[in-house]
Each structure stands twice: as C-alpha cells, then as structure tokens.
Design a protein around this ligand. Structure first.
Ligand code: ADP
Ligand code: MG
Length: 727
C-alpha cells in the first residue's frame, strides 16, 4: 500500500471504529470472578490437590525447599484436569531466552495409546522437564549446534496459567531454560538465584536486629511499561516499523510534543477501548494492572501493575508485553514497544520500582516518619547506595541494547551516567550520619492551598526528581534506565546481586563489632554507615541529571558515562563482576561470557537489519519518489520555457542536489555494510556503531530533507504527523 492509500485506509478505520468489547462492569461480574480466573493459583490448588500435596507444594513455594517428585505427579494430574476443563488442548513450557522475548513450544495432551487409540496424558515428569529444540536460541557459545540439547525446568514459584486464543487454548507453565550441562540460557534462572542470594544476606542483617523468623526476604518489582500505538494501516505501509519497530526515516512534524498537551490528557476513545480489553485479559491472568495514562509523547501511553515478588513480576511483565501486542492487533492498531520509534519525540522506558521485604518484617525500604531513627532502614538504604556506586557500570549494562541507546545516550531521561537521588529528607539524614550520627529528620510540611473546603494536605517529605536514573521514591528505588522492550530479569538479577554483596559487606562488619552484645548495635551501625557514606557519596546526586554541568561534575567524581551498548556490555565480564556473580552463585564466569557474547551479537544483528532496511527503503521508495518529483518539476520548467515563460528553478535545484546526496549516502551506507567487520563480537559491534550507524543517519538526514520538499501525494511513507496524531 502506498503512503497516501495507507493514510486513507487508516482515516477510514479510525472514523468507522466500533467498540468491540463491552467494558468491564464490576456490578455485573465480580472482581473475584474475573481476577485470576485463568491461573492455577493457590486457591485452585487448595481446592484441587490432596491436603498433604498442597502443603508440601506450598512449602516449596514459600520456603524454597526442594520439590518432592511424588508431589509433581499429583500436581500434574490436577493441573491437566483443570486446564482441560477450561478448554485447553495443549500445554507449553514458557521460557525467556536471552533475546528478552517469550518463547513457547506447544505439545498436545493427547498421546497414542499404542493400540490405535489415544489417551490424554500429562505426567509429573512432563510438568517438571521439557526439551525444546533449542539450537536456534542464542547461547553465546555455551552450546555447539551439534549438542543443541537444552532443557526447560518448571519454576514452581510462578503459577501456571491458561492462554486463551480464538484458535485454541493452551496451558502455560513458566520454566527456566538451561543447557544440558546446566548453564542458564535464559533471563529467569539468574533472577531466582539472585533472589536467594539477596535473601541470605538480608537474613544476616535482620538477625543483628533480633529478627529471626527466617521468613524469605523477597525482592519486589513494579515495572511501568510505556508504549506507542499506531494504526495498523500505517504500520504496514512502513517497512521500517514492520521490521525494526522504529522509523528509520521521517521528518519532524510541524507540531511535536512541545505543547505537552498529550500527557495525562483525556485518553482517546479508541485507545480506551483497547486499554480496557488489555486490562480484562490481564486480570484473567491474575496480573494486577492498576494505572493507565497518556505519556509525554503524542501516541504514547503507559500501563503499570501493582508490584509483586520479583520473579512473578518478571513473568507477568512478559505477559503484559505479549498482551499489549496481541490486543492491539484486534483493535486495528500496532503496539510499539521499541524504546525510540520516532526520532525527536520522547522514547519509551520501563521504570522498574524495586524494594525488598516480606510479611513479617514489612518493606525494608520503608523509612517511616522518622528515618533518622530507623536504623534497620538506613542499613538497607546504605547498602543500595554502596551497590550502585560500586556497580553503576554494570547496572548500565543491564539496560543496554541497540534500541535503548537512543534513550540512554541521548539528551533524554535518564542519562547513561548512574547516580542515586535521595530527596531532601534522606539526603539530610545521610549527611548527619556522615558527620557522626543522625539526630533528626526534616518534617514533611503541609500544603497551604488557600481553599477552605479541604483539610491540610500532607506534603511528601521529598519531591520527585524525574531526571534521575535511580531515584528513591518514598519506599522503594526506581531504576529508570531499563528499556521498554527489555525483560526486567536482567536488571533485577543485577540489582539483587549487587545489593546482596553490599549487605554481606555491612553484615560482616557489624557482626564483628557487635559480637554477642546486641547493645553495641546502634553505635556499630552509625560507625559503619558513616564510613559507607563517606566512601560512596559520589554516587548521590539530587540535581538535574540532564544538565551539561552534571555531565562534567560526574566525570570529576569518576562516575562512568557509558554512552552506548558497546561501551557498557564489557562491564559484564569485568573482574569484579565475575567474582561477585560467582561468589553469590548467580552466574558462572562461563554464563557471563555467553551473555556478553549474546548481547553483542544481538546488537550487531539489530543494526545490520536497520542498515539493510535503510538502504532498501532509500533505494526503492524514497529515491523513486524524489526523481518522479524532480522529473515533474523539470517537465514544468521545460513546458513553461517552451511557451515563453521564465520559471524559477530553485525547487528543482534543491531536489536535484538532494537526489545526488541521497545517492551518494546510499552508496556510502552499502559500502559500510559490506566492509570487513572485525573478528571478535566486540570489534564487530564497534564497527556497526562507528561505521554503519553514522552512514544510516546520513541517508536519513537527506531523505528527511526530501520529505520537506517532495509533493505529498508522491511521498511513499506515512508521515510522523499522520502516525502520531490520527487516533
Ligand atoms: P509513578 O509513575 O508515579 O512512578 P506508578 O503508579 O505509575 O507511579 O508506578 C509505580 C509503580 O511502583 C507501581 O507498579 C507500584 O506498584 C510500584 N511500587 C509501589 N510501591 C512499591 C514497593 N514498595 N516496591 C516495589 N514497587 C513498588
Ligand atoms: Mg514511576
């Protein structure tokens, strides 16, 4: 479809849209009935499983004890019956490869019985272990293709669920994905390992504070997902969106986001219908989505669930992405999860809210009203500060990808330099600690409104700082560098592990100082925390992270500024990183090596596809449009001249110059793409960054200039204006 036809079709679709789903009505369907209706959750298990089996399974889930194999058979049988009663014909082990996507392989419940008939079958063994043909998933050298064996292993702690689809319903079992030598090939396995490490070190601190219940201290995560919606007619008319999820061409529209009139504006009705269906589907899967709103850029939106245990939140986040995409198609739209679908307009991220705690001790990052007196909180908070200072580069690497480079390196939130925002109140408390002990906390005031009908409105103790990549936001830290396409698994694994390491460091010191006299704890904490603050205060920054002054200041403080994925990824195999991951048994040196390899490979693949697309679109769509217009202008000039008029050739001259530039830049790009790329993944990635990306940008620059002069009806691609504003 040409640009203008796509435009007409899109306008038609938008004007004739029908609301296909009735909105959820809680007066008709109770929340209880719909929430989690497709999940094999505790309630269902309690109902369907014999009591001892249920108890044993709960022990595994809550206390992370190893699973009794006899239990698996019983669970499998109950799971199968439940799934079939819900219409499932197949089951799948769902896993999360290093690409950040969700993978599944479906098997039927039906097996031949050997006598010409068939039986329905699902054993404990099939529940626990699967063997997908895994040779085409990235492994970064951990497996040779001839030994492609990989296993999926049931993650007992994340509930199985039913995926409904008009073409068949499937029982989905969340699993880990490992090589046959036991190395992790996925995003989930290290999350689980890192949660264990974080728990183990947290227990030592809690013990010092006299808390010995042993209840598992879990990391919690609440990811906010940003995304764009575009009409599918536009999407299909843009090979770049279709293949790379971002526009490789497109001039800035006359009206962009400068009015800020979209943010928190009224949600367009077509989008609202879409959001409602997304929420309904997610509710069925037991995913507690809570907020929805427009985002800063036109056509950009956000969805956020209530936070959950890190592992479950990670699985749920993947389901959120899958659901956002699937439901958009039904509504004639495409959901773009890419970090930067449109140049010059805000990109999308995934703010990852993170805390730790459990039912017994509560949220360990909750400062309460008097943080200066809440020593336990201060210990956990200081551990985070130390961790981010020591491993800022690694955290940056955990948010690295070719697509996210458009956000992190650019002049857009958040910068590639990691720093921690504490806010007024906490900053003051830590300043006091540094000077020898905290005696007071700044009080939160009330807001004076001048309107008499309202009671005094309490003010938060700290303001928000939207520019910080790692901000304390009341009772959690918010890591804002994660990309909108990313699995949150990588960031969580990193956060959990680096904080575990710092808790270990602090616990070791405190244990030595306190010995058998708990009365010494307060003084010991003051002393250790004072040291920690002195050593690591360079990471604390409460100002504007976008300012040039900060970039200079950060350099003076020795904070790394890893602008691109190519700069960041090598952090994964730095000596201190390898030693840490090994010590806490989260990732082995081989696993880290393979991850680094895979991420660099992904980077090269992404840019290689973008390079090819740029060349193809440039040559087969933009160049022809430009010369058609050029010839039209030339013909007009000649015709006018023939009848004796003088015709100004300015436009023709401009188009002719641009056409030449376009041809030259396309040749340069093709040459860069064909060049020798280096023999290691890192060298190859550097080549793509330094040679191919600039060549792509040069093509784009002149193509965008042409868009500004070529006749609109000849222009082959839907424009920014259309894609962003027609809803
Ligand atoms: P905002 O955009 O103002 O940051 P949102 O409501 O969009 O806030 O998102 C905040 C996210 O943080 C939600 O997913 C929420 O559940 C999560 N969250 C709140 N408290 C915690 C906590 N203690 N630990 C982890 N996540 C939390
Ligand atoms: Mg937020």
């Amino acid at each position: 479809m040409s640009g203008s036809k796509a435009r007409m079709a899109a306008i038609n679709a938008i004007n004739n849209q029908k609301l296909e789903v009735a909105p959820l009505d809680f007066s008709e369907v109770s929340v209880d009935e719909i929430f989690g209706q497709n999940v094999f959750n505790n309630k269902v298990m309690k109902d369907k499983l014999p009591k001892p089996v249920f108890k044993s399974l709960m022990k595994t889930i809550e206390e992370k004890t190893s699973l009794d194999p006899d239990v698996a058979d019983v669970v499998a049988a109950a799971m199968k019956d439940w799934a079939i009663s819900k219409g499932a014909t197949h089951y799948t082990h769902v896993f999360y490869p290093l690409t950040g996507s969700t993978a599944e392989k479906h098997d039927s419940f039906v097996s031949p019985d050997g006598k010409g008939g068939a039986i329905v079958e699902f054993s404990g063994k099939t529940l626990i272990q699967g063997e997908p043909d895994a040779s085409s998933f990235p492994n970064g050298g951990l497996r040779e293709t001839f030994e492609a064996r990989g296993y999926t292993l049931w993650d007992v702690t994340s509930p199985a669920y039913i995926m409904e689809n008009t073409n068949g319903t499937t029982l989905c079992i969340p699993t880990m994905f490992i090589s046959w030598t036991g190395e992790a090939l996925d995003k989930k396995t290290p999350v689980l390992r890192s949660m264990q490490a974080l728990n183990a070190q947290s227990q030592r601190i809690l013990k010092l504070f006299g808390e010995e219940s042993g209840a598992f201290v879990s990391a919690s995560a609440g990811p906010e997902q940003e995304y764009f919606l575009v009409d599918r007619n536009f999407y299909y008319a843009r090979p770049d969106l279709l293949n790379a999820e971002r526009t490789l061409f497109g001039a800035k529209p006359p009206k962009g986001q400068e009015f800020d009139d979209h943010y928190f504006g009224a949600i367009p009705s077509r989008v609202l219908a879409y959001m409602l269906e997304v929420e309904r589907e997610l509710f069925k899967l037991g995913i507690p989505v809570k907020t929805r709103h427009n985002e800063v850029a036109p056509g950009q939106f956000e969805i956020a669930p209530v936070y959950e245990s890190a592992n479950i939140a990670t699985d749920h986040q993947q389901l959120v992405m899958v659901t956002l995409k699937a439901v958009a198609k039904k509504h004639g739209m495409e959901c773009l999860l890419h970090e930067k679908p449109f140049a010059g307009i805000n990109g999308s991220g995934k703010h990852l809210n993170w805390s730790l705690g459990n039912g017994v001790v509560g949220n360990l990052l909750d400062p309460g009203d008097t943080p200066h007196a809440n020593t336990r909180f201060l210990v956990f908070c200081a551990a985070v500060i130390r961790a981010v200072h020591l491993h800022g580069g690694l955290l940056r690497a955990a948010a690295a990808s070719a697509s996210n480079d458009h956000r992190l390196g650019a002049n857009e939130a958040p910068p590639a330099i990691l720093s921690v925002y504490l806010g007024d109140q906490l900053n003051d408390v830590f300043e006091q600690i540094k000077a020898g002990g905290a005696k007071s906390s700044k009080k939160a005031s009330t807001i004076k409104l001048g309107v008499d009908t309202l009671p005094a409105i309490p003010k938060d103790a700290g303001d928000r700082n939207r520019t910080s990549p790692f901000a304390f936001t009341g009772n959690r830290f918010e890591f804002r560098a994660v990309g909108s396409t990313h699995s949150i698994g990588g960031a969580l694994t990193t956060l959990n592990t680096i904080v575990a390491e710092s808790l270990d460091y602090i616990a070791t010191k405190l244990e030595k100082m306190v010995g058998n006299s708990p009365a010494k704890l307060n003084d010991a904490v003051t002393k250790v925390l004072s040291e920690v603050v002195k050593e690591h205060e360079a990471i604390i920054f409460n100002g504007d992270n976008y300012s040039e002054a900060w970039h200079q200041e950060a350099a003076k403080r020795g904070l790394p500024n890893l602008k691109t994925t190519v700069d960041a990824v090598p952090e994964i195999t730095k000596k201190q990183t390898v030693a840490m991951f090994k010590k806490y048994k989260v990732l082995s040196p081989e696993e880290l090596e393979s991850r680094q390899h895979t991420y660099l490979e992904q980077y090269c693949l992404t840019i290689s596809v973008e390079g090819k697309l740029t060349s193809r679109i440039g040559r087969t769509q933009i160049f022809p449009a430009a010369i058609r217009y050029q010839s039209e202008l030339a013909k007009t000039c000649a015709d006018l001249k023939a009848v004796g008029y003088k015709f100004d050739t300015d436009t023709l001259d401009t188009v002719t110059t641009y056409v030449k530039e376009l041809q030259d830049s396309l040749s340069a790009l093709d040459k860069a793409m064909a060049g020798k790329k280096g023999s290691t993944p890192l060298a190859e990635a550097k080549y793509f960054r330094d040679k191919v990306i600039p060549a792509m940008l040069a093509v784009r620059e002149v193509a965008d200039k042409l868009e500004g002069v070529v006749a609109d009806d000849l222009w082959p691609l839907p424009t920014y204006q259309e894609m962003l504003f027609i809803k």
